[in-house]
Design a protein around this ligand. Structure first.
Ligand code: MG
Length: 291
């Protein structure tokens, strides 16, 4: 069996069988982060992301932005669970001939974002590799009552995104995006979404994860999907790396969020469709997957 036959998610399903999970684990593989025991009122969140030269970035891109992205995509996953980031370890694979300046600048980018989001860098590893590889593991916390997973979407819920989509990779946005942490914290404190995740692989594919996890379907109002300038509908549906949040709210909460934002105008949330009971109503996707 070749990797291209089972795809990225087929591979994850296969590897999952070899991942031992004790009873203490609240959520293992399959959400934006793992959810682990911590205190009486809080859960510990743990996530990791790896960026590789050639796949996610080239050496011609600004190294500070590469460092920023390596940390920011982890922060985005912590936000998608409703939590806030705390501690990180940074590991980097470095080709022998790479300049010290390049590595320093990658770390400067990591530092700037870590300071911005109050994250301590507490360790890591450096090894010699053929191409630059950066891996960050990030811890976070979330109040138990604020945790939002992917599996809570119910028929009738409204579907929202936090911002325009499409064309992220062609622009510099995939390197310079701001994780939607304040929006996520606002939502979990005031409205508590049914399901939430960040859009890393593309709206259509990522929404299908929510549908599968909640055993529901969805109907999108395609005209209402916010798009970046120059991005068509297909790009808004299928381009990855936008790192906006995708979430669902009961109709009552959805209407009250719309009322709130008509007055407040600090964040804007875009309603793009509704969850249905029919599991056959999935969204056709050409989402990005590795392999
Ligand atoms: Mg995610």
């Amino acid at each position: 069996m070749k990797l291209s036959q089972i795809g990225e998610f087929g591979l994850i399903d296969t590897l999952k069988k070899y991942a031992p999970v004790s009873k203490a684990v609240i959520k293992g593989i399959g959400d934006d982060t793992a959810v682990l025991p911590y205190s009486k009122s809080e859960y510990l969140l743990l996530t990791t992301d790896m960026l590789a030269e050639g796949t996610h970035f080239t050496r011609r891109m600004p190294p500070e932005s590469i460092g920023h992205k390596a940390l920011a995509c982890n922060i985005s996953d912590i936000a998608a669970m409703g939590g806030w980031p705390t501690f990180a370890v940074v590991s980097i694979g470095i080709p022998k001939k790479l300049s010290v300046k390049f590595i320093k600048d990658v770390y400067k980018g990591i530092e700037r974002t870590a300071r911005q989001f109050n994250i301590s860098i507490v360790g890591g590893d450096t090894i010699k590799t053929d191409k630059v590889v950066i891996n960050i593991a990030l811890l976070g916390l979330v109040e138990k009552k604020c945790l939002v997973t992917r599996d809570g979407a119910k028929a009738g819920d409204w579907i929202f995104v936090t911002g325009p989509l499409g064309g992220s990779f062609k622009s510099d946005r995939h390197l310079n995006f701001t994780p939607r942490l304040p929006q996520a914290r606002f939502l979990v404190e005031k409205f508590k979404p049914g399901a939430m995740m960040d859009i890393s692989d593309g709206l259509a594919g990522d929404l299908n994860h929510i549908l599968k996890a909640g055993r529901v379907g969805a109907r999108l109002d395609y005209a209402s999907i916010p798009r970046h300038k120059g991005a068509g509908l297909s790009q808004a549906l299928n381009d990855g790396e936008d790192f906006e949040l995708l979430f669902t709210l009961s109709p009552v909460k959805a209407r009250s969020l719309m009322d709130w934002q008509a007055r407040a105008k600090s964040f804007y949330f875009y309603p793009i469709g509704t969850i249905t009971a029919d599991v056959k109503e999935t969204i056709k996707s050409k989402s990005f997957t590795h392999f």
